[in-house]
Write a protein that binds this ligand. Structure first.
Ligand code: ATP
Ligand code: MG
Length: 291
């Protein structure tokens, strides 16, 4: 499983990137979905195996964050990548505009409550990064937050980047491994997918007029996303910019990166203690004595 050059997709900590340098149509060494089919299936199987050990070992947790513009394919990527895993070991949280209760707390509160337990894979479909994305593109959202006025100044974004980096460092130091994916869809491809959603009755439910309104802010979004990558891609929680115009490649890349991270952890099934081995023998003897 080494057909995808991860170094090409990772935002190197400390570097300054431009999103225009990232090709959303990139498909690595693959020509087509058919060409990648075997790898796609192998990736799902491999993740199933890693998850089983992650769960049994009960030491690490994996937090996977997805951020993207609308219609980039967050939902379908989550569906694909998780298709093989045991549902008991996996939790997905989708973060929408905060509720009144959530606004009454600090901005990391709802995320902290939703973190994966040890042994689990937790998926954030959108995340606390919205606090430095949509909230920055729409300043009125910041005004609605119950913050003291003196804390709503211009340095709030830099301050939030620092807080997020520290929060993630804290999680990693607690055994919660973090992967952050930006599904990088192009503006042209987004338009195509919106038109599909409008034209195909079975896709109508996926479309909201709000999606087109947000599209009008495309350049602002690209600029705040760049700022996020340039400030929060750290050695302990790097960002990956995943080409998203070809859905099959996006899924393959995400699943390969997840598998390679889990491999790095060198996960092991717990070893059985001498006492436990004795109990197994005792239990066997009891069962064998039955008629
Ligand atoms: P889909 O459209 O595929 O169902 P989605 O993630 O776009 O998925 P929506 O219900 O369409 O879900 O949108 C959720 C909205 O909530 C997004 O516009 C997002 O920017 C917004 N949101 C998420 N977190 C925050 C936040 N902390 N503050 C303000 N808005 C937020
Ligand atoms: Mg949406």
């Amino acid at each position: 499983m080494n057909d995808i050059n991860h170094n090409h997709l990772i935002v190197k900590p400390g570097s300054k990137i431009l999103l225009t340098d990232y090709d959303s149509k990139y498909t690595g060494n693959f020509q087509s979905k058919v060409d990648a089919q075997g790898k796609l299936e192998a990736g799902v199987q491999q993740l199933r195996k890693y998850q089983d050990v992650l769960y049994a070992q009960n030491t690490y947790a994996l937090l996977i964050i997805f951020q993207a513009m609308d219609a980039a394919g967050k939902d379908s990527t989550i569906k694909h990548v998780m298709s093989g895993v045991n549902p008991q070991g996996c939790q997905v949280f989708s973060f929408k505009a905060p509720s009144a209760e959530e606004l009454d707390h600090d901005y990391l509160w709802r995320s902290a409550k939703s973190l994966p337990e040890r042994g689990r894979i937790g998926i954030f479909n959108r995340s606390y990064y919205e606090e430095v994305l949509v909230v920055r593109v729409h300043p009125e959202l910041l005004q609605k937050q119950q913050l003291p006025d003196s804390l709503k100044g211009n340095d709030i974004w830099k301050q939030r980047f620092e807080e997020i980096n520290n929060f993630e460092k804290y999680l990693v130091n607690n055994g919660i491994v973090i992967l952050k994916f930006f599904l990088n869809v192009s503006k042209t491809e987004q338009k195509k997918r919106f038109l599909d959603r409008i034209e195909l009755p079975e896709k109508n439910w996926k479309f909201s007029i709000n999606d087109v309104q947000e599209r009008a802010h495309w350049d602002d979004y690209m600029s705040v996303y760049e700022d996020v990558f340039n400030h929060t891609s750290t050695a302990w929680a790097p960002w990956y910019i995943i080409p998203a115009d070809r859905k099959w490649f996006m899924r393959l890349a995400v699943s390969e990166i997840i598998c390679s991270k889990l491999k790095e952890l060198n996960l092991k099934y717990p070893t059985v203690s001498e006492e436990h081995k004795q109990q197994l023998l005792q239990a066997k003897a009891i069962l064998e004595r039955e008629d």
